[in-house]
Design a protein around this ligand. Structure first.
Ligand SMILES: O=C(O)CCC(=O)C(=O)O
Length: 197
């Protein structure tokens, strides 16, 4: 691992640009953001069609920003930005050098809420994604899409951390947030994105 951007660790991943800042937000700020986001965001229980059945997503979600977005066959109509989301966006843009026009929020109620292996590689998405975590610490993993010789890269996403996925990361790597049987506090994740066009 090497440090490149100030305050970030660069993960050792070929064909990717992934940077992690475990304490991007202070503990006090993080506690406040966690509480405000829990209360202010319009959390929804979405369903997806799998194996011919409508199944609830294993997490609550919300989509805010300038543009709508489709993933896993689900269209997300954008809700207008909340002041707290604009405040977070500004701070993250200053650190990452990218600009975002949308944010997907995920609320993981407990260890059985999760996100399976995927890449955020839709054609309409810009390459820079900034992922912010508040609440219970969860494991997170990257797996190269083709090279089986490369090990899975694992990290723990801390309360108040920022993970930047840039460059060709989504083209070459999948990521996931696995389930855990450990008792775990609720967690909120925000992925700031750029929808093009
Ligand atoms: O909750 C997380 O850290 C993962 C979120 C994620 O992979 C996504 O929104 O695409």
């Amino acid at each position: 691992m090497k440090t490149d951007k100030q305050g970030f660790i660069q993960l050792d991943m070929p064909e990717a640009e992934v940077y992690y800042a475990p304490n991007f937000f202070s503990k006090d700020e993080s506690n406040l953001y966690l509480q405000q986001l829990t209360e202010e965001v319009a959390w929804q229980q979405e369903e997806i069609k799998m194996f011919g059945k409508q199944l609830p997503l294993p997490r609550l979600t919300a989509w805010y920003g300038d543009k709508g977005y489709t993933y896993s066959g689900l269209y997300n109509a954008p809700q207008p930005w909340l002041p707290i989301l604009l405040e977070l966006k500004k701070r993250i843009e200053a650190a990452s050098g990218d600009r975002y026009n949308s944010v997907l929020l995920n609320y993981y109620r407990h260890g059985q809420d999760s996100m399976g292996w995927h890449a955020d590689d839709e054609k309409s998405l810009g390459p820079g994604i900034a992922s912010v975590s508040f609440g219970g610490e969860r494991g997170f993993a990257f797996r190269h899409r083709k090279r089986k010789d490369l090990p899975t890269v694992k990290l723990t996403l801390q309360h108040g951390s920022l993970l930047l996925m840039q460059g060709t990361t989504q083209q070459h790597w999948h990521h996931q947030l696995p389930k855990t049987s450990r008792p775990i506090a609720p967690r909120i994740n925000l992925t700031f994105r750029t929808i093009m066009g």
